[in-house]
Design a protein around this ligand. Structure first.
Ligand SMILES: NC(=O)c1ccc[n+]([C@@H]2O[C@H](COP(=O)([O-])OP(=O)(O)OC[C@H]3O[C@@H](n4cnc5c(N)ncnc54)[C@H](OP(=O)(O)O)[C@@H]3O)[C@@H](O)[C@H]2O)c1
Length: 210
């Protein structure tokens, strides 16, 4: 890593709506960014390395981590941004939808976080999850996703208790401006704003959740 850089970070889902804004802000602030993509590799820039992964199977996640072990070993920062949404009426839900959302959101975050705490110099981790686990509410369209995103909070709180020298945060944005799935008619938030919030969390510039 060049001397003038602040650190190295892995951002998952980096070719998506929020991911691209996260990549921008970390590059602007002198980080070296490992940015995970799947089908759409964006343009190459200085201090940026696009890293392919297919998270649709456990093998895909583990291959990604194993293959890039040496690449990631100096990483001090991680953003588990990958987390697709299933949007379905409760009456159409099947058990497979729970398995799928739990798998894509919780299992992926667990595998990557667990690997980072054991194999890298990780100092700070941000996850995209729900931060309202104490205020249980009913969901009509995103029940399986909400179950998974609530589990992320529990998972990350538990990691924070185990690995006390690492800073863990969960960020829970409203619907993003430009998102393909509109959850409800609520005010939306620009992905740039969420990216700034996450940057501040990673850098300890705003209060930590845990
Ligand atoms: N969208 C919203 O309104 C909203 C609101 C609150 C929270 N969130 C959370 O914010 C985070 C980012 O959401 P977003 O809307 O920015 O996501 P997005 O635009 O849908 O981006 C999806 C990302 O996941 C990658 N991806 C898709 N399938 C993959 C696979 N099989 N294996 C590996 N990578 C795969 C995509 O890569 P390619 O494009 O390269 O294929 C892309 O980088 C998520 O955790 C989401 O739950 C979103």
């Amino acid at each position: 890593m060049e001397k003038n850089l602040k650190g190295e970070i892995l951002i998952t889902g980096a070719s998506g709506l929020l991911g691209k804004e996260l990549v921008k802000i970390f590059l602007k602030n002198d980080f070296f960014v490992f940015a995970q993509y799947h089908n759409n590799k964006p343009e190459q820039k200085k201090n940026l390395e696009w890293v392919y992964a297919d998270f649709s199977s456990l093998k895909g996640i583990r291959d990604f981590l194993e293959k890039n072990k040496n690449r990631f070993n100096q990483c001090e920062y991680l953003i588990n941004n990958y987390g697709p949404i299933i949007y379905k009426d409760i009456s159409d839900l099947k058990s497979e939808d729970f398995l799928s959302d739990f798998y894509h959101n919780v299992v992926t975050a667990f595998e990557i976080t667990d690997f980072f705490v054991k194999n890298t110099n990780i100092k700070s981790v941000v996850n995209l999850g729900f931060d309202s686990i104490g205020k249980i509410k009913a969901y009509k369209k995103i029940l399986t996703y909400a179950c998974a995103k609530n589990s992320i909070l529990l998972l990350i709180k538990s990691f924070a208790k185990q690995y006390v020298n690492i800073c863990f945060n969960v960020v829970s944005p409203k619907t993003l401006e430009g998102a393909s799935v509109e959850l409800k008619k609520e005010r939306k938030i620009f992905p740039e704003k969420v990216a700034i919030r996450i940057y501040n969390k990673i850098m300890g510039l705003s209060e930590n959740v845990f």
